[in-house]
Design a protein around this ligand. Structure first.
Ligand code: CA
Ligand code: CA
Length: 236
C-alpha cells in the first residue's frame, strides 16, 4: 500500500521552529543587564568613569577628598585605586548634604544601584538613599543605612525594579543624603558606584508573545487561502 506523506506536519514545522527561536531570543535578551554608568574614582574626580551620567556634590568642597579604594563591586576589570572620601566638615556642616547622580535610564528597566562604602566611627552614620523621576523632587527609598567600618566584599544594593516610572526615564536621578557625622574629620568612603538595568530596546516577553500570536493568525489566514477557504484540521 502506498503511504502518503503527511504534508500537514511538514508545513507546521517551520512555524513552530520560528516560535521557538523567537521565544529563545526574547527570553535571553530580556535577561541581559547592562551598566548605564560606573564611578570608580580612580582618577580622583567626580566625572563618570564608564557609561554616561553626572555626579554633583553639595558638601563643602574642602571636605570632598579621595583615599584608598576597593575592588568590592568593581566592574570591567577596575583596580581598587582611589575612593571618594567625604568628611563631616567644620561644625559637622555637611550633615544633611548630598551626592546627586543624574543617570538617564532611556531604553532600560529594572534599575539597580550598588556601591561599596565604609565609615569611621565619627563619620556619617545615617545615610538616606533617594531617587527622583524628574531630577528635581527626591523620594526616600528604604530606611537610612549605616556604613560598616571596612569596605568588605559585599556592596550595598538598591533594587529599584518596583519603581516603574524610573524605567526608560531621561530625567532619572539618584541621591545619597548624609547625616550623623560627629567630627570634622569623621568620614565615609564610597567606591564603585554602579547603575545598571535591563536593556529594553528589544520586545519584552509579553510583547514577543503578542507578536507571535499575530504571526500565528497570519499563518492561519495563509493556510486557509491555500486550502480554498476551508480550515485544515490541526494535527494533534
Ligand atoms: Ca576605586
Ligand atoms: Ca572619574
Amino acid at each position: 500500500m502506498f503511504i502518503k506523506p503527511d504534508h500537514r506536519l511538514t508545513r507546521r514545522l517551520p512555524f513552530n521552529l520560528i516560535c521557538a527561536v523567537l521565544l529563545f531570543f526574547a527570553a535571553s535578551q530580556a535577561a541581559r543587564a547592562d551598566e548605564l554608568a560606573v564611578w570608580n574614582f580612580n582618577d580622583s574626580d567626580l566625572n563618570v568613569d564608564h557609561g554616561n551620567g553626572t555626579l554633583t556634590s553639595s558638601l563643602n568642597v574642602v571636605n570632598v577628598l579621595f583615599a584608598a579604594g576597593t575592588t568590592n563591586n568593581a566592574r570591567q576589570g577596575d583596580i581598587a585605586g582611589q575612593a571618594l572620601s567625604l568628611q563631616g566638615g567644620t561644625g559637622n556642616a555637611n550633615n544633611g548634604r548630598n551626592l546627586t547622580f543624574n543617570v538617564s535610564t532611556l531604553g532600560f528597566s529594572n534599575i539597580i544601584v550598588s556601591f561599596a562604602t565604609q565609615g569611621t566611627s565619627t563619620g556619617f552614620n545615617s545615610n538616606q538613599f533617594q531617587y527622583s523621576l524628574d531630577g528635581i523632587n527626591f523620594l526616600d527609598f528604604g530606611p537610612p543605612y549605616v556604613p560598616l567600618t571596612a569596605f568588605g566584599t559585599l556592596p550595598l544594593v538598591f533594587s529599584l525594579s518596583s519603581i516603574l516610572a524610573l524605567n526608560n526615564n531621561p530625567n532619572a536621578a539618584f541621591r545619597i543624603v548624609f547625616n550623623g557625622a560627629t567630627s570634622s574629620t569623621g568620614n565615609n568612603r564610597i567606591d564603585n558606584v554602579v547603575f545598571e538595568g535591563t536593556n529594553g530596546s528589544i520586545p519584552e516577553p509579553t510583547t514577543a508573545l503578542l507578536l507571535l500570536s499575530g504571526l500565528g493568525g497570519l499563518y492561519k489566514i495563509r493556510r486557509k487561502k491555500r486550502t480554498g477557504g476551508h480550515e485544515v484540521p490541526h494535527l494533534q
